[in-house]
Design a protein around this ligand. Sequence first.
Ligand code: OSB
Ligand code: MG
Length: 368
Amino acid sequence: MRIHKVIVRHVKMPMKNPFTTSFGTLHDKSFLLLEVHTDEGIVGFGECVAFEAPWYSEETVKTCWHMLEDFLIPMILQKNIHHPDDVSKMFAGIRKNKMAIASIEGAIWDLYAQQSNQPLAKVLGGNKEKIDVGVSLGIQSTIEKQIEVVGKYIAEGYKRIKVKIKPGWDVEVIKKLREAFPNVPMMADANSAYTLRDIDLLKQLDEYNLMMIEQPLAYDDIVDHATLQKHLKTPICLDESIISLEDARKAIELGSCGVINIKIGRVGGLSEAIKIHDYCQSKGIPVWCGGMLEAGIGRAHNIALTSLSNFVLPGDTAGSSHYFEEDIINPEVVVKDGTIQVPQTVGIGYEPNRKIIEKYTVSSKVYN
Ligand SMILES: O=C(O)CCC(=O)c1ccccc1C(=O)O
Ligand SMILES: [Mg+2]
């Protein structure tokens, strides 16, 4: 395929519920949506998961737009691409900026699936017909409210509940949640809010039979996590720390984690995500698909990736209605009994809804 045109849109969608983590509260989901056109008129969509501010990683909506406009789009325009892996190779000389890279690469995977007349899940190597999903719940104003919100999502059938923790909102909250829901698969995500000085506090969490503790220590650390893991019975799951296959290899060799959360944007695209998935499988490390509060396009990509066989733990891909009043795809992503059907139709299996995309578009630019 030959890339003929790229359209970048800045989209801003209000979220139903503000999302609070150890690093702050989000009220809107502001992101870049990419449309990549081939000279045969096929259109692939990519969603960039970078947020407006650099609190999860260093990338932002603006840094991604800059990378796309000044480097990535010029590198693919008018180029012949045979396979999405070619794109990762074309971008191999670029340091970091994984979310910007992944947004283009995802659109090219969509194009590739359409051109191959296959579902995206199939061309990625996925074989599940449906996937189990959990939900990630933000920090609430009181423990009572947190218990109420968790109860609501258990009743909806989600296969596991993830709650966010931070200093001052941890052991007591988990203890109360366990008392309220003794048998529910539950985990906690700290988004790097602790250090090794908190080791005694983190050890107290071992009492509550959590499936795992996600990213307790620094966003770029794998050494202290290895030390912490030696002191904890609960497996550590790494999120922020793993931005490549090399990171995954080193973390597993060091014993820094027992589980890895794979986010397509964080690792620079679907091709790298598959490599990490395969490597973890060969090492007996289970993985699950993380989320970045994606709208429909990103969500569709997550579903396709989760259809690969080593995604054995429920991920964070909740239904569209958990986040937004209306999604940018048709149909929206529906969760029933904690599962999502993997689309078996060509491409991502959901139709981008141009009217709704237009409604939430703040600005856009065409590159050709
Ligand atoms: O529902 C989702 O998409 C995942 C929510 C979530 O936990 C999250 C949301 C934004 C940034 C980081 C994280 C995280 O997994 O750490
Ligand atoms: Mg996380």
